[in-house]
Design a protein around this ligand. Structure first.
Ligand SMILES: *Cc1c(COP(=O)(O)O)cnc(C)c1O
Length: 225
C-alpha cells in the first residue's frame, strides 16, 4: 500500500461515520494479516469477522483478547469444537445438525453461545441457509431444545447482482421474517441481531433495518486468494 492511500484504520473510521449509531459495523478481516486488524483495532473497533476456522483460531491467539470474534462462514460440524471456547457470535448457522453440534460442544464448556440462523434469501443456488419455510417451522418449537444456544437473530446474504431493486426486495423479505420471528420468540429481547449488508449493499440493508453490517473490502481493500 502506497504512502498516500488511506490504511484500513482510516477506511474503518470513514465507513463508521456513515453508519447509523444503532448499527454495529463488523470488520470482516478474512485473508488480511494481523497488522491490518490492529490498525482498525487501534481506531476503536472490537468486532471482527472471519470465515475460516483455522484462520480464526490463529488470529484469536495472536491478537488482543478483548476482540469479539464473529464466525461468518459456513461452519462444518467437526470444526465446531475449535471455536466454541471463545467465539462471540456465530452468524451462519444453516442446519439443525449444526445447531445440535454447537449445543453439545457449548454444553461441555458450560457456555451459552450466541447464534444467528442463516436465511437463504438470494436467488443463486450456491448460498447456504435455511429456506424461509424451514425457518418458520423451526421458530414454532424445535429451537427451545438447544439449552446452550441463544438464538440471537437472523443473517442473510443478498444475490450478488447490480440490480439494487432485487437486493432491496431480498433484504426487505429478511427484515420482515426477522420481525415475525422476534415476536414469536420466548425471549424477544435477546433476539436482536439482523445481520445483513456487506461493502457494496450495506446502505440498502441499513435502510431495511439491518442491525449489523459485515464489511470487508471497503475497510481492508480487496482480498488476494
Ligand atoms: C466476505 C464476507 C463479507 C464481506 O464482504 P465484502 O464484500 O468484502 O464487504 C460479508 N459477509 C460474509 C458472509 C462474507 O463471507
Amino acid at each position: 500500500m502506497g504512502e498516500l492511500e488511506p490504511g484500513p484504520g482510516e477506511l474503518y473510521l470513514d465507513f463508521l461515520s456513515k453508519t447509523p449509531s444503532g448499527v454495529c459495523l463488523l470488520a470482516v478481516s478474512k485473508n488480511h494479516p494481523a497488522e491490518a486488524i490492529l490498525d482498525v483495532y487501534n481506531q476503536g473497533c472490537r468486532d471482527f469477522g472471519e470465515n475460516k476456522v483455522q484462520e480464526l483460531v490463529a488470529k484469536h491467539e495472536a491478537l488482543p483478547k478483548d476482540i469479539n470474534w464473529h464466525y461468518i462462514g459456513h461452519l462444518q460440524t467437526n470444526k465446531v469444537k475449535y471455536i466454541i471456547p471463545f467465539v462471540h457470535l456465530i452468524h451462519g448457522v444453516d442446519s439443525v445438525r449444526l445447531l445440535e453440534a454447537i449445543n453439545k460442544e457449548a454444553g461441555k464448556h458450560q457456555l451459552i453461545v450466541k447464534c444467528l440462523l442463516q436465511a437463504k434469501i438470494a436467488k443463486e443456488d450456491s448460498k447456504f441457509g435455511f429456506s424461509l419455510q424451514d425457518l418458520k417451522i423451526l421458530a414454532t418449537g424445535k429451537l427451545c431444545e438447544f439449552q446452550n444456544i441463544s438464538i440471537s437473530g437472523l443473517m442473510g446474504m443478498a444475490t450478488n447482482t447490480e440490480d439494487a431493486e432485487e437486493i432491496d426486495a431480498e433484504f426487505q423479505e429478511l427484515a420482515c421474517l426477522f420481525r415475525e420471528f422476534k415476536s414469536s420468540m420466548p425471549q424477544p429481547e435477546s433476539f436482536n441481531y439482523l445481520s445483513m449488508g456487506m461493502s457494496s449493499d450495506a446502505h440498502i440493508a441499513i435502510s431495511r433495518g439491518s442491525t449489523m453490517i459485515r464489511v470487508g473490502t471497503a475497510i481492508f481493500g480487496s482480498r488476494r486468494y
